[in-house]
Design a protein around this ligand. Structure first.
Ligand SMILES: [Mg+2]
Length: 379
């Protein structure tokens, strides 16, 4: 059995407020088809402003890479995934590599009759992944109401965006949320590099007694992040700074972060993300898996990655506050099945028949309105 057809299906979908962009979300679904008609699905969705890859460059890279993908025999899918970072057309295109990596994993999961998470690590994979709820930037009163509503829905980890407003206002907003939700709900904040070093230290010292789980990306440079981490008691998570294996290694070796946030789309797929997760653990750091607001195809891959890493002390960021995809309303954001760990809050579940292909099918059905915009291209 081998790959006999490679197709690219572009999509475009407007993002509803309060998403951080007026631009529609754009990407491309990659389909790798075997001789018997079995398909594996992957996705490339570069996020403008996040890295140098554009959708145009990613599609061009996938077109060039397709001639290397055609004819790859089934027994070489694993090698192909491991060699992707050496494949010239996609070397500088992590989102394109992610698409190929996920599509191969999807096919391997299909014929091994296991979900991707168990294919990646049968021994440690879990079936339920705790997820946080992310709150958009809102006025203080609205933020408190939204946080209380999510807490009442059963979320046990909330994430707030900070930065871009005076520090005392941010501190007051975070304190107001903490006072409203109590200490049983975990609270993390994300500055998205909005602060300089002095501001970050001032803000995190002022929030020192609020009981924050961590602060994501307080400043833009890893050296500054290490100094901030040294100066405050709030744990620090690196997100935008984790772009590849080398950047992750530098962050860990300079002790700049307690937690690495891994976006498989930004890192070139599930395989490199797992390599970084292993390295983080060797350094005593934790990892949290998130997405780049891609479709349920890519997000399902991220869920399987998170599940493959086993039990985590942190909820993963797989439920964005503003994803536009209809499937968000279909996913099983349930209380955990196990009554022994009720404090993890809402979880996403993985079933044994859980394949990217099923999600793709559902997504296409739900997207009937957008079918006119889907122009499939065989490459
Ligand atoms: Mg972040």
């Amino acid at each position: 059995m081998r790959i006999v057809r490679v197709t690219l299906t572009p999509y475009e979908c407007p993002l509803d407020p309060p998403c951080p962009s007026d631009e529609p979300r754009r990407g491309v679904i990659l389909t790798l088809e075997e001789e018997d008609g079995a398909c594996g699905y992957g996705e490339s969705a570069p996020l403008p402003g996040f890295g140098l890859e554009t959708l145009a460059s990613s599609v061009a890279a996938l077109r060039l890479a397709s001639k290397y993908l055609l004819g790859v025999p089934r027994e070489r899918y694993g090698d192909a995934i491991e060699d992707l970072h050496r494949l010239a057309p996609v070397m500088a295109s992590p989102c394109a590599r992610h698409a190929i990596d996920l599509a191969f994993h999807d096919l391997m999961a299909c014929w091994s009759k296991k979900p991707i998470a168990r294919l990646l690590d049968d021994l440690h994979a879990v079936d339920e992944v705790p997820v946080n709820a992310a709150l958009p930037r809102l006025l203080r009163e609205d933020l408190v109401k939204a946080a209380m509503a999510l807490s009442a829905e059963g979320y046990r980890t909330l994430k707030l965006k900070v930065g871009g407003i005076p520090i005392d206002e941010d501190v007051a907003r975070v304190r107001a949320v903490r006072d409203a939700i109590g200490r049983d709900v975990r609270l993390r904040i994300d500055a998205n590099r909005a602060w300089n070093e002095v501001e970050a230290i001032e803000a995190l010292r002022a929030l020192g007694d609020v009981g924050l789980e961590y602060c994501e990306e307080p400043v833009s440079d890893p050296e500054g992040m290490a100094r901030v981490k040294n100066a405050v008691h709030v744990p620090i998570a690196a997100d935008e700074s984790v772009v590849d294996l080398d950047s992750a290694r530098r962050l860990l070796e300079s002790d700049a972060a307690d937690v690495l946030v891994l976006k498989p789309m930004a890192l070139g797929g599930l395989h490199p993300a797992r390599t970084i997760a292993g390295m983080a653990r060797e350094h005593g750091a934790d990892v949290v898996v998130t997405t780049m607001l891609e479709t349920p195809v890519g997000r399902r891959g991220a869920l399987h990655l998170a599940a493959s890493l086993g039990p985590s002390p942190f909820a993963h960021g797989l439920r964005a506050g503003c994803t536009p995809w209809p499937e968000d309303h279909m996913e099983h954001l349930d209380p955990p099945a196990s009554r022994t760990s009720p404090d993890v809050g809402r979880v996403l579940r993985i079933g044994y028949d859980d394949r990217i292909a099923i999600r793709m099918h559902e997504w296409r059905q739900r997207y009937a309105d957008y079918k006119d915009q889907l122009l499939q291209e065989e490459v």
